[in-house]
Design a protein around this ligand. Structure first.
Ligand code: GAP
Length: 476
């Protein structure tokens, strides 16, 4: 569900660390210039709130998804994966509550007809969920159109689901929705997964996939989009205390995942939802928030959903979704603890947080200190002299050898100093430089992105040396 940005005073830490990058434009322009993110359909003027990932962006986002899958599925014995369809039976969304209440409060300007999400209007920031439901709120706060000062309508609810038609006939009976969350795919497949993989509770189902929301006011670059990817895990547990305990375990674990992948701990915080702010399915919800250049915002939500989902789907479908507990010999509907993250938002966060500018020998060096697991390229192989065919040849042999295990790139389109700066700016952790001496001594220089220290390593050991460094970064 879309979450109002209200921040209870008690959750605000004493000191604001400030954003990693003062101006979002710095990131937007780097992302476009270096091929991380482009506006969708740009030659036609773009389409609002849809973004395309360029060659480096798709690598970084794939790396984020891989890192999430590794920690949520590969490294755990109690979680399995699923890839459910984007289109589902329309009844799923009635039962889940999305048709009835997946909406944001919208106001419309009487003169320019522009529409706004009410909690994003100047003067309405920080409203409680109760305020957002108050029909007199526009008059009470004296809100006006931020563009032309026109009168605003009373708020009305705007459903965020995209709908389309299944089959050739476009009528009511054939409406289907583009899923607004991946979670429902895991609930409706609970029994399939539990039985086919012979799982005992507690166990989880993890999914990564596209979701779609017709956001009223998307923006802040890729922060809020209309088409985006989620990384969600549904953890099924015994009802009651076991859910509360699982929640308390998952919350710090999910915060730690961002820290382990290089996000500054001081720019992360937890924020519990106020009772009137909770989504219709949630008994308890805490957001992991990040200090973006535009304020503290949700990065991921951890939710105790109780038996809302399985209970509702069981009643609505007539299917028995109870679990037989072989230990207590009871039948019950499991409760769910959900960890709901965004792949785009996580990739955006690591891009912002890794961005550094520093003075080196009187010049500004821009460096993305990305965790090596998330960096688009792990290694760049560079010739000191591109006119020497033996040097270029050795570069290609080293690069091809590295490519068997990781993303490596060759570049000879500038002098070495400039080549290093280019790789720094896209976050490549290591550069391997081949020079004239390499032809004699069979060794090359490995330069570290963060320390800029250089080390001479025999060509025969390069692959092992880089893989060891990758492993060490993962163990940190
Ligand atoms: N299944 C629960 C659920 O969907 P949510 O808080 O609405 O919860 C989970 O979404 C995560 O999905 C968010 O924390 C965010 O990272 C990502 N997300 C949600 N809406 C998004 C949007 N419009 N653009 C980009 N990411 C979004």
């Amino acid at each position: 569900m879309s979450i109002p940005t209200t921040t209870p005073e008690s959750a605000v830490p004493a000191a604001d660390p400030g954003p990693a990058v003062a101006n979002l434009e710095t990131i937007v322009s780097l992302a476009k210039r270096r091929g991380f993110v482009y506006p969708s359909s740009e030659i036609y003027g773009g389409i609002n709130a849809v973004w395309d990932y360029g060659p480096l962006g798709v690598e970084r986002k794939n790396n984020v998804k891989r890192a999430w899958w590794r920690s949520m599925v590969q490294e755990r014995d109690d979680i399995v994966g699923l890839d459910a369809g984007i289109l589902m039976h329309p009844q799923v969304w009635v039962t889940s509550g999305h048709v009835g209440s997946f909406s944001d409060p919208l106001v419309e300007c009487a003169t320019c007809r522009r529409r706004f999400r009410i909690d994003e209007l100047p003067g309405a920031e920080g409203l409680s969920a109760t305020d957002l439901r108050d029909e007199t709120i526009v008059g009470r706060l004296g809100l006006a159109c931020p563009v032309d000062g026109g009168a605003l309508s009373a708020p009305r609810r705007f459903n965020l689901m995209f709908q389309t038609y299944m089959g050739p006939v476009q009528d009511e009976a054939n409406i289907v929705y583009l899923r607004p969350e991946t979670a429902q795919g895991s609930y409706v497949n609970f029994k399939n997964v539990q039985q086919s993989s012979r799982r005992k509770l507690p166990f989880g189902i993890a999914q990564i996939g596209k979701s779609f929301r017709n956001e009223i006011s998307p923006g802040n670059f890729v922060f809020r989009m209309r088409e985006f990817e989620q990384m969600e895990m549904q953890y099924f547990v015994r009802p009651g205390d076991a859910a509360a305990a699982a929640f308390e375990e998952w919350l710090p674990r999910r915060r730690a995942w961002y820290e382990r992948h290089g996000v500054s701990p001081s720019r992360l915080r937890l924020r519990e939802h106020a009772p009137d702010e909770l989504a219709h399915y949630a008994k308890k919800a805490v957001d992991v928030e990040y200090r973006f250049p535009f304020g503290w915002k949700e990065l991921e939500g951890v939710h105790n959903r109780g038996d809302f989902d399985l209970g509702s789907h069981a009643r609505s479908s007539g299917e028995n979704l109870e679990y037989f507990d072989p230990v207590s010999e009871e039948h019950y509907v499991p409760w769910v603890v959900e960890t709901a993250a965004g792949a785009d938002r996580a990739a955006f966060t690591v891009l912002i947080d890794s961005h550094h500018e520093e003075e080196v020998k009187g010049e500004t060096r821009v460096v993305l200190r990305l965790h090596p697991d998330l960096a688009p390229y792990k290694v760049a192989v560079l010739p000191l002299l591109k006119k020497r065919p033996e040097i270029v040849d050795l570069c290609h042999r080293i690069k091809d050898d590295l490519k068997r295990d990781l993303m490596a790139v060759y570049d000879d389109t500038a002098a070495i100093g400039k080549l290093y700066r280019r790789q720094d700016e896209i976050g490549t952790p290591w550069c391997v430089t081949v020079d004239v001496d390499s032809l004699e001594d069979g060794a090359v220089t490995v330069r570290d992105r963060d320390t800029m220290r250089q080390e001479r390593i025999p060509v025969a050991r390069i692959r092992r040396a880089i893989l060891d460094r990758m492993e060490a970064a993962r163990a940190d």
